[in-house]
Design a protein around this ligand. Structure first.
Ligand SMILES: [Zn+2]
Length: 396
């Protein structure tokens, strides 16, 4: 980066404009439609149209690529002077649902916090990305490398948007996703494998239970099989940032009525995975434990269904230039090196097809709650940090 370019550009970041843009984006309700078709209140398309309009106004070449009908990813490219390196600033346009969140769209600012669904998760980051483009345009600076701002659909459910990006070839050299980390730099996060374990029995009248096979009693063996699983996971050597994997049985269902021997019982389990673990390795562990517990029981019948939830872990090298650039930016802007840590939730990062770090405004503690907000100072801080990283990685 040319000396003093960041200092010269920083005043061009327009905080008031970013707040206005953030308000407008929150008011476009873009809750994830899950398995339903997009409809009123579930408008990723309008968010995409809005983002495309803003990007185009700021001089970016815009492209929308439909992932599902009415659900496009959006890309805005600022082509660099030589274009050898490409940085992507990416973020999902969908939000969590708002069941039980009465004032989800009563956007307001209180005590330096902007409230509303999607504020910290993660329209604040999208506003900060636009703030970077506006600062570059207003200052008349053209970068050497390419800068892409990308809006992604379906992060809150199946991550169809980022999976489509990953499938379309390597779109960038480095990426930042502004999920809420209070601007901490997170090159790794755990993944998740959720599934159902089903035990099967034989129904019978409860006056003669010996003529049936009780699926609930069989499930008791399954639950016992996992009694020391977390202890074992905790005893394994962990990941330097993510620590250890975890296992939780979360939901159990079985039986029809009290005077019937149940022939079916199911247990939903959630396994948080480390970088290096896969669906296959997790299933192998589940099967091994269940088989051991059921050894010698000829009536024991079970199955493990296909995953009900599957999120890959992310693990990029802390030596990646994008990680170094954000840490250096922290030093320059906030006066300290934040180091690196793990992001606590899943994200689009592992699917993007290039090394992508998580670093964004607001806190994950407010995401998905019925009191979602983002600190306005974080939005400004994020824009400064992303601008710094863009100048550092792409050259001005
Ligand atoms: Zn998010």
């Amino acid at each position: 980066m040319k000396p003093d370019l960041f200092a010269a550009l920083q005043p061009a970041i327009d905080g008031e404009w970013m707040v206005r843009v953030l308000r407008e984006m929150i008011l476009i309700r873009s809750e994830n439609p899950f398995d339903e078709p997009p409809r009123e209140g579930f408008r990723e398309q309008e968010m995409a149209d809005y983002l495309a309009g803003r990007l185009s106004d700021l001089g970016a070449a815009v492209e929308a690529r439909e992932v599902r009908p009415g659900r496009p990813n959006v890309f805005g490219l600022l082509k660099g002077k030589q274009g050898r390196t490409t940085l992507m600033l990416a973020g999902h346009m969908d939000t969590a649902r708002t069941d039980g969140y009465a004032d989800a769209y009563a956007v307001r600012i209180e005590n330096g916090r902007l409230h509303g669904r999607g504020s910290c998760d993660m329209k604040a980051a999208l506003a900060a990305y636009l703030g970077v483009l506006k600062a570059l345009r207003d200052a008349g600076v053209r970068l050497e490398g390419n800068l892409i701002v990308c809006g992604i659909v379906d992060e809150e459910y199946q991550m169809l948007g980022s999976k489509a990006i990953g499938r379309s070839g390597r779109m960038a050299d480095q990426g930042i996703i502004g999920e809420p980390t209070r601007l901490r730099v997170c090159p790794a996060n755990k993944g998740r494998v959720s599934t159902k374990i089903i035990t099967r029995g034989r129904a019978a009248h409860s006056s003669v239970p010996e003529t049936g096979v009780n699926a609930i009693e069989k499930m008791a063996k399954v639950i016992q099989a996992f009694g020391d699983y977390n202890a074992e996971l905790l005893a394994r050597p962990g990941h330097p940032l993510c620590g250890q994997g975890r296992f939780t049985p979360g939901v159990i269902r079985g039986g029809v009525q009290v005077n019937m021997v149940p022939d079916h019982c199911e247990l939903e389990v959630d396994r948080r995975t480390l970088p290096g673990e896969s669906q296959e390795s997790v299933y192998a562990e589940l099967h091994a434990r269940i088989r051991r517990a059921a050894a010698g029981d000829p009536d024991f019948a079970y199955e493990i269904t296909a995953p009900t939830w599957l999120i890959a872990p992310n693990d990029i090298s802390p030596e990646e230039p994008v990680v170094a650039a954000l840490r250096k930016g922290h030093e320059a802007i906030f006066g300290h090196d934040p180091g690196v840590e793990a992001f606590v939730a899943g994200s689009d990062a592992p699917y993007m097809g290039f090394p992508t770090v998580i670093c964004g405004p607001g806190s994950i503690r407010q995401a998905h709650t019925t009191c979602e907000f983002v600190e306005l100072e974080d939005v400004l801080g994020a824009a400064r940090l992303y601008l710094y990283a863009a100048l550092e990685l792409l050259g001005g």
